[in-house]
Ligand binder design. Structure first.
Ligand SMILES: [Zn+2]
Length: 205
C-alpha cells in the first residue's frame, strides 16, 4: 500500500498487528479515528493505556481482574469446593453467561502444545496442583477445548493431580471434537457443564 504520510503508515501498521485486522481494515479504522474529535481519540487511547497499566490477574485463579483477587474468588455465594479449569479468561466469560455453574475457576493461560513449544511449565499447572492440595476442593472439572491440545493437557493434569479425594470430571461432549469452548452456544455449553461426566468414563467412550 502506498501511503502519503509516514505517520499514517505507522498507525496502519500498528492496527494491522491486531488479530483479524488486515491492512484495508486497519486503514479504515485509522481514517475513522482521524475524523473523530480529539477528546474521543484521547478516551480511546487512554482506555487502552490504563487497561494495560492497571489490569491484574487474580492471584488465586489467574482470571483478569481489577483487584488482587477477582470477584468470583472473593464471592461468598460461590461453591469453593469445585474448580473449573479453563484455557483462558474468555472461557470463564462464556461459562458465566450460561448461569449453570457456581463454583470457582482456574485459568491455565493456554494448553500444552509441543508443536508450538508450550510445555506444562509455561502454564499455571503448578498453581492448580497447589490449590488442589491446599484447599478444600472436592471436584475439578476440565472445561478445555475438545482438541488434541485440550486432550493432552487433561491427560497431563489428571496424572499430576493427586486425585484420591477429588472427583475429576470433563464436559459432556455436547462440544464437538475440535470445538472451542468460547464458540459453543450458551445452551450447549450450559448443558455440557451440568451433565459433566467423570474423566475416567469419558476415556472409555
Ligand atoms: Zn480469582
Amino acid at each position: 500500500m502506498n501511503f502519503s504520510s509516514k505517520l499514517l503508515e505507522n498507525a496502519v501498521t500498528e492496527f494491522g498487528k491486531l488479530p483479524g485486522i488486515g491492512q484495508k481494515t486497519a486503514l479504515r479504522l485509522v481514517l475513522h479515528l482521524l475524523n473523530q474529535e480529539h477528546s474521543q481519540v484521547s478516551k480511546f487511547t487512554e482506555s487502552i493505556t490504563v487497561l494495560k497499566n492497571n489490569i491484574k490477574f487474580c492471584k488465586n485463579c489467574h482470571h483478569i481482574s481489577d483487584a488482587e483477587l477477582c470477584e468470583i474468588c472473593t464471592s461468598h455465594k460461590r461453591d469453593q469446593s469445585i474448580i473449573c479449569v479453563v484455557e483462558d479468561s474468555r472461557d470463564i466469560m462464556a461459562i458465566e453467561n450460561t448461569h449453570q455453574y457456581n463454583g470457582l475457576y482456574h485459568v491455565l493461560n493456554g494448553l500444552i502444545s509441543p508443536m508450538d513449544g508450550v510445555g506444562p511449565a509455561d502454564l499455571t499447572i503448578a498453581q492448580l496442583v497447589n490449590r488442589a492440595e491446599n484447599t478444600d476442593v472436592k471436584e475439578i472439572i476440565f472445561a478445555l477445548s475438545a482438541t488434541m491440545e485440550g486432550d493432552t493437557t487433561i491427560f497431563y493434569l489428571n496424572k499430576k493431580l493427586n486425585t484420591e479425594n477429588i472427583k475429576i470430571s470433563t464436559l459432556a461432549r455436547g462440544i464437538a471434537f475440535g470445538g472451542e469452548i468460547e464458540y459453543a452456544d450458551e445452551l450447549t455449553l450450559g448443558r455440557s457443564i451440568t451433565t459433566r461426566v467423570p474423566y475416567q468414563n469419558s476415556l472409555t467412550k
